[in-house]
Write a protein that binds this ligand. Structure first.
Ligand SMILES: NC(=O)c1ccc[n+]([C@@H]2O[C@H](COP(=O)([O-])OP(=O)(O)OC[C@H]3O[C@@H](n4cnc5c(N)ncnc54)[C@H](O)[C@@H]3O)[C@@H](O)[C@H]2O)c1
Length: 353
C-alpha cells in the first residue's frame, strides 16, 4: 500500500481515502476483536489502547498493533485522533460518548449505550446534535445471512413479511459477576434481537409482551436477573415477532431467525463448526454450532469495522446508529416492565420506563 502525504492528509493508495487514527477503549473480549479488525484495514492506524486495568490481554494487544497504552485524557488531548472505538465495560459508554461527541470525534460504540434509559436518551440527543459519525455495534446487521434476509424482504422478492421468529441461546450462563454488571438479560443479550426485529421489519414496535424467569442458574436469580424469556412484539403495522431468549443451550450457541413471507420463508440457521455430517450404521452426526459470538460473528465484526471506516471516507452511513441503540433499549425496558406487571406494554416514540 503506497501512502503519500498530500495537503496535510495521508492519502492511501491514491484512492482518495485518508489514514484514520483510532483510539480503542477496552482491551477485553470485544475490544480485542475490534482493535485487531481495525488494524487489519489498510487505512487505519490504531494509535492508542485505553484500559485502566493492567493485564496480559492489554499488553499483548498493544504490542501486536504497535499501539500505545494511554489514559482517556491523553486520547482527547491529541488532536490527531479521528475516531474512538468504545468497547469498554457498559458503565463507561455514556461518558465516553459525550466526551467524544464534544471533541468532534467519530464514534464506534458497543451496545448498550448505558444501563439507564434516561441517560441513553440524553446521550443520543447530544451525539445526534453534534453531527459526529456514530456506529452502534449491532453487528448482526452486518452478518451476511441476516442482511440477506433483510434485503430480500425489502426488495419485495419474498413477498409480504408476515411474522418473524428468533432464537438466541448462549452456550452457558455467564458468571454472576458478569450478570451483576450487565443490566440484565433484556438490556445485555436480547437487545440484539430487539434491534433485529426493527431491522427485519423495517418499522417500529408498538407492543411488547414478555414472560421471563430464572429457570436454569440460581446464581442468576440471586443476582436479580432472569435466564429464560419469551417475548412477543407487535409492530406498528400489526405484524408479530416471537423471541426465545435463554442463557443456556446444551448444544452450544443458538442463533436462528425465521421470517415468514407471503411467497417464501427465509431461515437463518446455526453455522456448524465443521461443514461435514458423519454417518454410520447408528445414524448421522452433525457438528455443533460455532461456539460463541466471537466465532459466529467474526465476518460481521470485520464488516462492521470496515463499514465504519468507509463511512469516515465518505461512504454510506452505518447500518445502525445511536437512535437504533435508543429504540432497542426502549423495547428492552418495556419487556422488563411487562415481565414485572404480567401485562403487555404499549410503546411509542414518547414512551419511557
Ligand atoms: N456486540 C457484541 O457482540 C458484544 C459482545 C460482547 C460484549 N459486548 C459489549 O462490549 C462491552 C465490553 O464487553 P466485553 O465482553 O469485552 O467485556 P470485558 O470485561 O471482557 O472487557 C471490558 C474491558 O473494559 C475495560 N475498562 C473498564 N473501564 C474502562 C475505561 N474507563 N476505559 C477503558 N477501558 C475500560 C476493562 O478493564 C476490561 O478490560 C460491553 O458493553 C458489552 O455489552 C458486545
Amino acid at each position: 500500500m503506497i501512502t503519500e502525504l498530500m495537503n496535510g492528509f495521508d492519502v492511501v493508495g491514491g484512492s482518495g481515502r485518508t489514514m484514520k487514527n483510532l483510539a480503542v477503549f477496552g482491551a477485553g473480549r470485544i475490544g480485542g476483536v475490534h482493535a485487531r479488525n481495525a488494524a487489519e484495514l489498510p487505512d487505519v492506524n490504531v494509535r492508542y489502547i485505553v484500559d485502566p486495568v493492567e493485564s496480559d490481554a492489554r499488553a499483548t494487544l498493544a504490542r501486536a498493533l504497535d499501539a500505545q497504552i494511554v489514559s482517556t485524557e491523553a486520547v482527547f488531548a491529541d488532536g490527531s485522533i479521528d475516531g474512538v472505538v468504545i468497547a469498554s465495560s457498559t458503565d463507561t459508554h455514556a461518558d465516553l460518548l459525550l466526551t467524544a461527541a464534544k471533541a468532534g470525534l467519530a464514534i464506534f460504540c458497543e451496545k448498550p449505550v448505558s444501563l439507564d434509559f434516561h441517560t441513553t436518551e440524553k446521550v443520543a440527543k447530544v451525539v445526534e446534535a453534534s453531527g459526529v459519525p456514530c456506529l452502534l455495534a449491532f453487528q448482526r446487521r452486518y452478518d451476511p445471512d441476516f442482511r440477506f434476509v433483510r434485503e430480500r424482504i425489502a426488495s419485495g422478492e419474498a413477498g409480504d413479511l408476515e411474522h418473524v421468529v428468533m432464537h438466541t441461546r448462549d452456550p452457558a450462563p455467564p458468571p454472576r459477576s458478569y450478570i451483576e454488571r450487565s443490566g440484565g438479560m433484556f438490556r445485555d443479550q436480547a437487545i440484539h434481537d430487539f434491534d433485529m426485529a426493527r431491522y427485519i421489519l423495517g418499522e417500529e414496535i408498538a407492543t411488547v409482551y414478555a414472560v421471563g424467569d430464572c429457570m436454569i442458574d440460581p446464581e442468576i436469580g440471586a443476582a436479580g436477573d432472569i435466564d429464560t424469556a419469551m417475548v412477543t412484539l407487535i409492530s406498528v403495522s400489526g405484524r408479530f415477532v416471537q423471541m426465545v431468549n435463554c442463557r443456556r443451550g446444551p448444544f452450544g450457541y443458538d442463533q436462528r431467525l425465521e421470517a415468514l413471507c407471503s411467497r417464501e420463508v427465509l431461515y437463518v440457521e446455526n453455522r456448524p463448526q465443521r461443514g461435514v455430517t458423519i454417518g454410520d450404521g447408528t445414524g448421522f452426526r452433525a457438528s455443533p454450532p460455532m461456539n460463541y459470538f466471537i466465532e459466529r460473528f467474526s465476518t460481521a465484526y470485520r464488516a462492521e469495522m470496515a463499514g465504519f471506516i468507509d463511512h469516515l471516507n465518505g461512504g454510506p452511513p452505518p447500518l445502525a446508529g445511536i437512535r437504533d441503540g435508543l429504540e432497542a433499549q426502549r423495547i428492552a425496558e418495556a419487556a422488563l416492565l411487562s415481565v414485572k406487571s404480567g401485562q403487555p406494554v404499549n410503546i411509542g416514540a414518547d414512551w419511557r420506563p
